[in-house]
Design a protein around this ligand. Structure first.
Ligand code: AQP
Length: 350
């Protein structure tokens, strides 16, 4: 099967004028969301809600590739809703739902899986990376990009905010959409990557050569719900280098990372910060980074505490999201089933 889409994936206009439909998901894994999730994903979600029609989901089916403890997954999914809301996602402006509440995702993944070539699935590098990092090399992990394609195509999303690591999966999504459309008739919109204006990647504080990640945790990861003392301790013990200058640079991964964090937390450009810290030591700089992150997350932690105390409300948000998302998903699947030749179930005579 030919995997090449033929056309190049064009970058999205960063200031689109039309109200685009945007879709993005996050896995309810980890102790809470981490600083990188906030910087690289959720703060952008919160910012795009007025301009765009947004669908944000908790990818609990994708989380199953880690084989989490069932009670923990259930609790973590609810906590994740509270965290998203605390970070500014607003269910009155966006559709917030749990992936598993819409069985259509799995159904469409099967349909798309039957169009995907084994060879093209094998070319997905994330499978190899995750398996090498310790995630069980299951069939679920292997077909993860096909489920991701179903997540996106289900909502006819025109824009998908993604990091560079997800680009290959989005290419596959477009290939599968084009293949389906060519075979069964125009059905799916082709999604484009929606690059955030500032595509910061936050690095692990203890190993700035790799990204901060929920799956790694430890002292290199700042959790959004860490208390101020823990945040400060982690940032003060961040790995830097033997130099003294607070400057960004390829040979200064740790300092560059801390400058990025301070820049995001304060809204000041990195260049201004470099000038402001000229002649000052790493100690003062780290103390200020820690303070800025504490100030950034303190209101989020307070909102989280209020939201988490009302699980009924969180379940209500998911129920409302499932109803809204379900209306779109069912329409897509009705078209898909009809086009691929599945016999509609006969209504039973009373
Ligand atoms: N360090 C990071 N810097 C910037 N953005 C990041 N994201 C994750 N880490 C960073 C973005 O957060 C979203 C969450 O995606 P996910 O939870 O589905 O999985 P992920 O990308 O693999 O995130 P984690 O935190 O590393 O989780 P685990 O350990 O569960 O795999 C994505 O938009 C991602 O770009």
């Amino acid at each position: 099967m030919n995997s090449a889409s033929g056309d190049k994936m064009p970058p999205m206009d960063l200031q689109p004028t039309a109200r685009l439909r945007v879709l993005s998901g996050i896995r309810p894994t980890g102790q809470s969301f981490q600083l990188g999730n906030y910087v690289g994903a959720v703060r952008h979600w919160a910012a795009m809600q007025d301009e765009h029609e947004c669908f944000f989901f908790l990818a609990d089916l994708h989380a199953l590739t880690e084989v989490p403890d069932p009670d923990r997954l259930r609790a973590r999914t609810r906590e994740s809703v509270a965290e998203l809301l605390a970070m500014g996602v607003d269910p009155s402006r966006s559709t917030v739902f749990a992936q598993s509440h819409l069985p259509q995702h799995v159904e469409l993944a099967w349909v798309l899986g039957c169009l995907a070539g084994f060879g093209e699935a094998q070319r997905m590098t994330q499978f190899k990376e995750k398996a090498a990092a310790g995630t069980p090399a299951s069939v679920g992990l292997f077909t993860y990009p096909v489920l991701q394609a179903a997540d996106i195509l289900m909502y006819q999303a025109s824009a998908v905010p993604i990091g560079e690591d997800q680009r290959q999966h989005l290419e596959l999504t477009r290939d599968l959409a084009q293949r389906f459309n060519a075979r069964y008739g125009e059905t799916f919109a082709l999604p484009q990557p929606y690059a955030a204006r500032t595509g910061e990647r936050i690095k692990d504080l203890q190993d700035p050569g790799r990204k901060m990640s929920k799956g790694i945790g430890g002292n290199g990861t700042v959790w959004v719900l860490d208390d101020p003392g823990t945040v400060t301790k982690k940032i003060k013990s961040a790995v830097t280098d033997t130099g003294r200058e607070v400057l960004a640079g390829e040979d200064k991964a740790g300092i560059t990372n801390l400058l990025t964090i301070l820049s995001v937390a304060t809204g000041r450009p990195v260049r201004d910060l470099e000038l402001a810290y000229a002649g000052k030591g790493y100690g003062d700089f780290k103390a200020d980074v820690a303070q800025a992150v504490v100030e950034l997350f303190t209101p989020i932690r307070a909102r989280y505490a209020q939201l988490a105390a009302d699980p009924g409300h969180l379940d209500g948000v998911l129920a409302q999201g499932a109803a809204q998302a379900g209306a779109v998903a069912e329409k897509t699947m009705a078209d898909v089933r009809e086009r691929i030749g599945l016999l509609a179930p006969a209504r039973q005579a009373c």
